[in-house]
Design a protein around this ligand. Structure first.
Ligand code: HEC
Length: 473
């Protein structure tokens, strides 16, 4: 807990990661699938002496580089920026564990950039074979980037043996985690599918001639179908290799049910549309059809990424870093000495505001409770911001705690806090009994009352229940 906290009201900081990473994923998968498309199809166009197709591919390469290199790189750096601010401890842990992987990834990233620029700017100036080879160097480097990043994001979802066995804590055991192969298969499939969908959209808008449009429609249908099969196979394996808690969240949380439904149904729609459209009837590829296809594809991707991000709770990195920037092995210590004492920044804040409760640079938990009510609420809010805000807004916003608590008595609020992990999506309570009291003080100020106009069953207890059944008889 040596990092400051980035407090993002209403939205919560991790939701910013979700937004940036979904945008990035939509481009980065095209960077792989579109690269394969360019390498394979440029080769085909050279072999069949199809000048018209070559001209189109030249234009597509320019569009491709603008989108993937410029926008993709900016959003990729955006992810670093956002995770560094909103999940600093997890970012630190990923850098420490995967330093070799990140370094390798940067090498391949440079290869990608150089080969992409050569492929575009030396168009027509290289021999055909050299030009195709450069296309394949790009496509291979882009795919290896995907594999490297997937090893790291897969680790966050299931760290496997790494977290359980200190003797096994090395780069390779982290990289080859249980989720590595399922996610690599699904993401490679995703790249093939999304690549084809973007190609369709671009083709349908920019190609007027029917011959070329039909040629591209039917040639790109097969990789798209292969991609869909790989997504389905990888998806099933992904589910089977999820930690048990993530599987339970997937079936028990309403939001996850809805998003999984969106993911499955959109994928099915895309599959049917590709078979009926480009595969069987290439002539159907109008801008409207391609746009709709892209829309369903994007919906499936966004829903899939959201589910993948959300089912890790209470961890940011499964079994390694908890969402509230605490390591599991620190919990007992924080429960004994206090959450505020464990954090550099909250301790400094309290020491400055309330010097009377600090001695020898430590906060005395007993004296905390003697603060006047107004100050107890303020300290409680500080604890809420650090302990709960990663997953909950306060009064209004993403999964806001105020409405969730709704009309509980102060004892019930206190019990919720002290037994936080009874709900396995939440971390254990990481503070002292006194700090829980202060947090309960704050939570009761943001708690919503029970909405009016609901039959007051509990209020009059068993009496009213008897009366009611009596009345009905
Ligand atoms: C790792 C994420 C995470 C953290 C941190 C977290 N929660 Fe939760 N909490 C959840 C999830 C997920 C749910 C289920 C919400 C839903 O279904 O919308 C939940 C539900 C709740 C609920 C309603 C259900 C219940 O069990 O009473 C309350 C109240 C609540 N949280 C309070 C808190 C408080 C107070 C803190 C901080 C001390 C906290 N949470 C920290 C993830 C978290």
């Amino acid at each position: 807990m040596h990092y400051p906290w980035w407090y993002v009201p209403h939205l919560t900081a991790p939701m910013l990661i979700a937004v940036v990473s979904v945008v990035h994923v939509l481009v980065s998968h095209y960077a792989v699938g579109g690269g394969l498309f360019l390498a394979v199809e440029t080769g085909h166009a050279y072999r069949t002496r199809d000048r018209e197709y070559l001209d189109y591919l030249h234009g597509h390469a320019a569009f491709f580089i603008l989108l993937t290199v410029v926008f993709g790189a900016i959003t990729g750096v955006g992810i670093w920026w956002t995770i560094g601010l909103s999940s600093p401890l997890a970012t630190e842990t990923l850098i420490r564990t995967f330093v070799f992987g990140w370094a390798t990834e940067w090498v391949f990233f440079v290869i990608e950039l150089v080969s992409a620029f050569i492929f575009l700017y030396y168009w027509g100036r290289l021999s055909e074979n050299k030009h195709i080879a450069i296309g394949w160097i790009y496509a291979t480097a882009a795919w290896i980037s995907l594999v490297l990043i997937t090893g790291i994001t897969a680790f966050m979802l299931n760290s496997g043996r790494w977290a359980m066995d200190p003797a096994a804590q090395n780069f390779w055991s982290a990289f080859f985690n249980p989720q590595f192969i399922p996610q690599t298969v699904a993401r490679t499939g995703g790249a093939l599918l999304l690549g084809s969908l973007y190609v369709y959209l671009h083709t349908s808008i920019f190609i007027r001639g029917e011959r070329l449009r039909n040629l591209i429609a039917s040639r790109s249908a097969r990789p798209a179908l292969l991609g869909a099969i790989m997504i389905a196979t990888g998806g099933v394996a992904w589910y089977l290799f999820l930690p048990e808690a993530a599987q339970a969240t997937l079936v028990s949380s309403a939001v996850m049910n809805v998003f999984t439904g969106v993911l499955l149904s959109s994928t099915l729609v895309v599959l049917v549309m590709i078979i009926l459209g480009p595969y069987l009837n290439p002539g159907w590829l109008s801008p409207g059809f391609a746009g709709l296809l892209c829309l369903f594809g994007v919906a499936a991707f966004a829903a899939g990424e959201f589910v993948r991000e959300a089912i890790r709770k209470p961890y940011v990195i499964h079994n390694v870093v908890l969402s509230n920037q605490v390591l599991p092995e620190q919990v007992a210590e924080l429960q004994k000495n206090g959450y505020l004492n464990g954090g550099v920044w909250p301790r400094a804040f309290i020491a400055e505001r309330f010097p009377q409760v600090t001695a020898d640079d430590r906060i005395d938990n007993k004296i905390l409770l003697e603060l006047p009510s107004k100050d107890r609420i303020l300290v409680g809010e500080v604890i809420y911001q650090h302990h709960c805000n990663d997953c909950h807004a306060a009064r209004l916003g993403y999964s806001a705690v105020g409405p969730l608590l709704q009309n509980r008595s102060r004892e019930q609020v206190l019990a919720t806090v002290l037994h936080l992990n009874d709900n396995y999506s939440m971390p254990p309570w990481c503070g002292t009994k006194e700090e829980a009291e202060l947090l309960a003080d704050y939570l009761t100020t943001i708690m919503l009352p029970r909405p009016a106009g609901i039959r007051p069953w509990e209020k009059s207890g068993s009496d009213s229940a008897n009366e009611e059944s009596g009345g009905k008889k």
